[in-house]
Design a protein around this ligand. Structure first.
Ligand SMILES: [Zn+2]
Length: 472
């Protein structure tokens, strides 16, 4: 059975067949780089990193394109307000491109800590203005867009398929759209492909319609097809992007005669104690702060414990349950021998591998795949206790393959390594201090103790020898 994926456009599970067998092209909408990366940025990259790994596991070559929005994303997410980057640049007294660079790297650093591999291509909107102007012109030429006062708008009334992705009735859209004062749009549903730059606007490019900047939706229609072809396999994004962003992307691309994405995948939102995480409610958890308290691997593992189309809650208890679960898998893994001794041969876990594959092929059901791994851990521990080390070693290589390789969850635990190393180093210093005391070199012994105190390690001498603890 081929893998099945839920296609948001067809609204059903569909067997996944790449356009070119053995090659999969994926485009995922990336962040607008104008602020610190937060938890909301984490889910999509983690989910798609796993999808990519799983598709590669099936023998596919995957070209994974994920953009960076560094122009055109306005503060009201539609056609009004300030450019988000330009506003931040003003606040931080930086060039807009300095803002983009700063948060671009902050984003990728955070993704790296989550074990997310770099995309094959990371196109930036500002690097593709020429192509965005060309698409805008193409839509004008085809009678689907019009110029008004130096801006260009997509004419929604000329494109009857508009609304097909979000399932919105276009008459509803008219009522739902805020009526803008002094709007140049012929119809309030129309959206900007190109915006005229007002005098104070910093980011601006020459165009056939005067100086301006591209609308937010155009970049993705342009950059996805530039690197993946006019028709490509998978387009991903958060559920909050279905409308208007993806609806507009689809209209622009198909309006210009491109078949565009064959499967649309959308991940659901994150909640905090059941409430939607949102900036306006101050619920945003920035990743740098979170990683000070929680191992990034726990965050990744937690994200994968819910299906990508379900809500994922980040209340403390939920996160702690994931931390405890991952700890169980880690200590099981650490207790299994890395080389098979005598006992059950390596093909011991065939059924578990099949169950894992079936879960992954069923619309990337990672919670079910993880449940299989918990079963393996339990059974392999029993085998270990019964002295069947061959079976336990086979479980270890299964974890190497599926938990580390496919789900990208590192069970070795870098922080545990660090802690173990720290313990050993402190122990070594205490031994040296003991030797110094034996040869009555008290100055050296005291110096070691004082230096350790500076580093936050308290040493106490007891009748049973020196003890140490970390200061809180
Ligand atoms: Zn996009």
């Amino acid at each position: 059975m081929p893998m099945h994926l839920y296609d948001s456009l067809k609204r059903r599970l569909e067997p996944f067949e790449p356009l070119v067998p053995g090659h999969v092209g994926i485009y995922v909408c990336g962040p607008t780089v104008y602020s610190e990366p937060h938890l909301g940025h984490a889910r999509g990259p983690v989910v798609f990193d796993v999808l990519r790994r799983w598709l590669e596991r099936q023998g596919n070559t995957v070209r994974y394109v994920s953009n960076i929005t560094d122009v055109g994303h306005l503060t009201d997410d539609a056609d009004d307000g300030e450019d988000k980057l330009a506003r931040r640049a003003k606040l931080e007294r930086l060039e807009p491109m300095e803002v983009a660079e700063k948060y671009f790297w902050a984003y990728f650093d955070a993704m790296q800590r989550l074990g997310v591999r770099r995309p094959s291509i990371v196109p930036r909107a500002t690097g593709h203005v020429t192509e965005q102007i060309a698409l805008t012109q193409e839509l004008i030429d085809r009678g689907l867009a019009y110029e008004a006062g130096g801006s260009v708008y997509f004419d929604v009334s000329a494109w009857s398929a508009y609304g097909e992705l979000s399932g919105r009735d276009t008459s509803e859209l008219v009522e739902g759209t805020r009526v803008e004062v002094r709007s140049e749009k012929r119809d309030p549903r129309d959206f900007a492909l190109w915006k005229r730059a007002e005098r104070e606007h910093i980011m601006r490019w020459p165009s056939p319609w005067g100086e301006g900047f591209p609308g937010w939706h155009v970049e993705c229609s342009v950059m996805s097809t530039k690197y993946l072809g006019d028709e490509f396999d998978i387009h991903g994004g958060g559920l909050d992007l279905v409308f208007p962003h993806h609806e507009c992307e689809l209209a622009q691309a198909r309006g210009a005669g491109k078949p565009f994405a064959r499967y649309w995948l959308h991940w659901n939102m994150l909640t905090l104690g059941g409430e939607k995480m949102s900036k306006s409610k101050g619920h945003v958890v920035d990743l740098a702060t979170l990683f000070e308290q929680v191992d990034p691997m726990v965050v990744r593992f937690h994200l994968l414990r819910s299906h990508y189309r379900s809500l994922s809650d980040f209340a403390d208890e939920a996160l702690q349950a994931s931390a405890a679960g991952l700890k169980r898998l880690r200590s099981a893994y650490a207790s299994w021998p890395s080389r098979a001794g005598s006992g059950t041969p390596a093909e011991a876990w065939t059924t578990s591998r099949e169950r894992f594959a079936a879960a992954m092929d069923n619309d990337l059901n990672t919670p079910e795949a993880i449940a299989v791994l918990f079963d393996v851990a339990r059974d392999a521990n029993k085998a270990r206790d019964a002295g069947d080390l061959g079976c336990a070693a086979a479980a270890r290589s299964l974890f190497d393959d599926l938990l580390i390789g496919v789900l990208g969850v590192d069970v070795v635990g870098a922080s545990e390594h660090d802690h173990a190393l720290l313990d050993d180093v402190v122990q070594l210093l205490l031994e040296q201090r003991q030797l110094a005391r034996k040869r009555r070199d008290f100055a050296a012994a005291d110096a070691i103790r004082e230096r350790l105190a500076d580093l936050g390690v308290t040493v106490e001498d007891t009748p049973d020898g020196a003890r140490w603890r970390r200061q809180d």
